[in-house]
Write a protein that binds this ligand. Structure first.
Ligand SMILES: *Cc1c(COP(=O)(O)O)cnc(C)c1O
Length: 335
């Protein structure tokens, strides 16, 4: 932040040469570090929630089809139904391994919408499922990867729209989101040619092709994203260490006698670890944690009062993980 201030970039306007240069290098570093394929385009918007609306506005002419197992996936469908009332979906269980059979209820929807990492319950879609979707349907596939992008390797070629806000695995302050579009998604957006909104995709694309944005963006957030992307290791390396750390944490929690929300190892998230706990006990554990300077993340949606969640995000250091581990070990006699 100090560098951003000193460089003067915060005082430039968003059609100026220094801004355009900064936007360009930020997108280049992001594509490089996250291994985003050639031909895929990157746009910056304000939030994952905005991406829900952009998908409906600019890629769905009649309705979208949603496959979900938790609160974020369900919320996306609700937002989609407000804009495209015919949208519908199918839900599956937390411990269920999703298969393409979930698509049998699909009729003529334009886009299949899935949540890669369901932040509310700590599940993740197996790569084989996303690849299976691609083989099963030639409709566009849109993936909410808000709590996994920049944390784990994503199968970019298996979907057309990927997005994430930066306050999760990117480890940055909230207020920016990354939207990644496949060549097929771009063609569909151009064919549909929605131009009603400030964030309509064809309009966004025209701006980003000039390394500009439709409106004055969060320049500081884009700058910070660029600097972080320059510094981080390539995603393969980050992903390996996140997976390993997740495996260790899951094993450790189980050794302590904690109950995991996700019993089926095949659908456990590497970046969000959800632990189930009865409300009274949970309140007590959270209070004890707070007294030691640790804030245990609350549950979300149906799991709000019965779980706590650990963010196994790349920006969380080993020291923080080890102080959490020793805290839980110390109080584990009460589990
Ligand atoms: C956090 C989160 C969102 C919402 O992100 P905003 O930046 O608040 O719009 C959406 N989807 C998932 C899966 C999330 O984890």
């Amino acid at each position: 932040m100090a560098d951003a201030y000193q460089s003067g970039i915060l005082s430039t306007n968003h059609r100026s040469e220094p801004f355009m240069q900064m936007l360009k290098t930020t997108i280049e570093s992001l594509k490089d570090k996250l291994d985003i394929p050639e031909g895929y385009e990157v746009y910056f918007v304000s939030s994952a929630t905005e991406c829900w609306e952009i998908v409906s506005q600019s890629l769905v002419s009649t309705s979208s089809f949603h496959i979900y197992n938790g609160a974020f996936g369900a919320k996306w469908m609700e937002y989609a139904q407000k804009l495209r009332p015919g949208s519908k979906g199918v839900s599956f269980e937390v411990n269920e391994i999703p298969t393409v059979e979930l698509l049998t209820g699909m009729t003529n929807e334009d886009v299949v919408c899935v949540t890669h990492n369901e932040t509310s319950n700590g599940t993740a879609l197996p790569v084989s499922f996303i690849k299976g979707l691609r083989q099963y349907t030639d409709k566009l596939i849109a993936v909410d990867a808000t709590s996994s992008m920049a944390g784990v390797v994503l199968p970019w070629f298996s979907a057309d729209v990927w997005y994430a806000s930066v306050q999760k695995c990117f480890g940055l302050p909230a207020g920016l989101a990354v939207m990644v579009l496949s060549p097929k998604a771009i063609l569909c957006a151009l064919a549909m040619n929605d131009r009603k909104y400030y964030n309509s995709l064809p309009f966004m694309r025209e701006n980003f092709q000039k390394f500009q944005t439709p409106y004055t963006p969060n320049i500081l957030a884009i700058y910070l994203l660029g600097r972080v992307m320059e510094q981080v290791a390539p995603i393969k390396q980050i992903s390996d260490s996140i997976q390993e750390r997740a495996g260790n944490l899951y094993a450790y929690f189980q050794d302590l006698g904690l109950r995991l929300v996700v019993q089926n190892g095949a659908v456990r998230s590497a970046t969000v670890i959800a632990v189930q706990m009865e409300k009274n006990e949970l309140d007590e554990v959270k209070l004890k944690a707070r007294q030691e300077g640790i804030i245990l993340g609350s549950g979300y949606g149906t799991w709000k009062d019965e779980s706590f969640r650990i963010a196994n995000f790349p920006a969380i250091g080993l020291e923080e993980i080890s102080s959490l581990r020793s805290f839980l070990a110390r109080i584990s006699s009460s589990f």
